[in-house]
Design a protein around this ligand. Sequence first.
Ligand SMILES: [Fe+2]
Length: 386
Amino acid sequence: MYQQHQFSCPIITGWGAVSVLGEKILELGKRRPLVVCDKGIVEAGITEKVGTVLREAGLEFTVYDGVKPDPSAEIVDEAVEAGLAFGCDCVIGLGGGSSMDTAKASTVRLSGYEGLTKDYVLAVPLKLETSVPVILVPTTTGTGSEVTRVAVISRPEFNVKWSVHLKNTTLAIVDPQLTVTLPRKETANTGLDALAHATEALTSKGADIYSDLFAVAAIEKIADNLFRSWSDPEDNEARTNMAVAANWAGLAFDCPMCHLPHAIGDAFGCHFHTEHGHSCSLGLAEGMRLVAPVRSEKMAVIAKAMGIPLTGNETGTELGDLVADWIYALMRRMEFVSLHSMGISREEVVACAKDVSVNHLASYCPVTVTEEIAAEVLGRLYDNYQ
Ligand SMILES: [Fe+2]
């Protein structure tokens, strides 16, 4: 019995680390980056800050700032066209998961794959070799997209979120200083997304000794720092710890993949247009409760990492209840909005069961996710978080 774990790319971390971006591009032998971001990043002054770093390195660049939440294949094609028009030779993904995923997906066509991006974003993800370097610079503390090879892209014509996998990305630069302007709501959403990545990786059918290591460390840091960074956005130590935790959670799930809570998150994102972190968090507690009986040892590890006192005699089911209660309590403390209070009915939520059960992520869940089981989980999450 053996396992293989593949890390995605080198990682540079540290307060102010983005200052090395220009020299790293020059080291790659590249001179004309395409910066992919959204208008919020521009308005926060982060694009200008990165632009200054690039100019100081003598690099000419262009900016595509049209990324939207849950980016579609058409948005990726817009970024590609901007890169082709400029003659870019590398791509910088600057922002949250949407910007980084758009940047990653744009390298498919920029590397010479013909047709449109939608030809490569399929229900069963393709794994593609790309040649255009992509450097990923997160400005949120949750997605982990800077160290994963998956790009999640919407196909609105089918009302689904599918993905494409790159065989390799180039470089991640994790600079906590870029996260200090992150609003409270996004701090909560992205932080819980990171918690979902770590707990799902740990309980995934694909978990290995390396993903376990990063997942546990990430859960401990999130438990200590997420509420702190939400309640005091100027707590730079908590911001730094969350940036690191989110990165570790990304490293944790890149190989084993997330499972049921993210499958639920994809369905909620498509049907109710809730943000990714919000969507996944809503399914997280019930996802953990479902898998706890068949992952009791892992659930004890999760509970301990969260700081939940244990006697050591708890059953898997009891551990699942403790972990689920802890997650719901954190969500309440950070004023997470429930589906009920958004005016969404229980019937509408349960109607997502088919989409959840056929999502490829559901196949990584250690409990087989039939449509009936998905419906039970969806009903429970609606009832238990109102
Ligand atoms: Fe996520």
